[in-house]
Design a protein around this ligand. Sequence first.
Ligand code: ADP
Length: 302
Amino acid sequence: MSGVVVVGSINADLGVRVARHPKPGETLLGAGGGITPGGKGANQALAASLQGADVTMIGAVGSDPYAAPATTLLRESGVNLDAVDITGETTGLAVIAVADDGENTIIFVPGANATVTDEQVRQHADALREAEITLLQGEIPASGFAAATELAGGRVVVNLAPVIDVPRDALLKADPIMANEHEAGLILEQLGVQAATEEPRELATALLEAGFTSVVLTLGAHGALVATPEKIMDIPTPKVQAVDTTGAGDAFAGAFVARLLAGDDMVAAARHAARVGAFTTLSAGAQNSYPGLAAVLPEVQG
Ligand code: ADP
């Protein structure tokens, strides 16, 4: 068994800038129009690969002009894309308009990502059986998610973002379940637990009580938390002047599994992942701000 298989979304992000958002029916001039690669699955696959992991991606794109820019950084970093199917749908597309006041609107077209169903995932069963880690998010259909957890021969790591409804037994295979505070609350709700708290330690404890083997909560500038039934550990993050936190959580997830594969325990892996997450906030964008092994990561002070 070796490496990580990421079963997840692949998108092209089409970014435009406007002075203000148009009203319905209105036409405005804008700027930009560049395409950058995105999708939580692709982001996490790239982050893991750049941090030294052997990565295979299971997913889908369209046979359209968006497929190449959506996968270019994955290809360049050496992610195995043999199990990325080319479908008749469009490549997943996020049309992102950012106004001068910083407020953004996003129109998301799932496109080919919606074809990553039970049937599609089963066609790549061998890769899942042989993977040391299977890494999942919430941007593919629940049936594909469930099939991946069933076929996974190794450890299953889940960052259920966004929080979609998935079968309970599939979700509880996560070791760890990885979430931010908001997602943690929604996951507890999905499991029928009424969590009257936003306090990270209480959320982590509630997730363990709900049946997870381990929990990782990411807490932005407050770092992260690693919880097992034995202990809960605070993970510090470097103090940085954050410019753009887009994709920091995905960088954390990818770097975390890369370090697990390299032999770290969860606490050591999360300490490194927090520094990778902080690094990505120092420049704009998601995938293009992810560090390779040669990058100098910010240090945790004190
Ligand atoms: P998500 O995008 O999923 O909510 P977070 O914002 O918690 O994820 O970011 C993931 C990790 O990136 C954090 O655990 C932290 O280590 C790092 N990080 C994010 N924002 C900052 C920040 N402003 N300063 C320092 N580290 C950060």
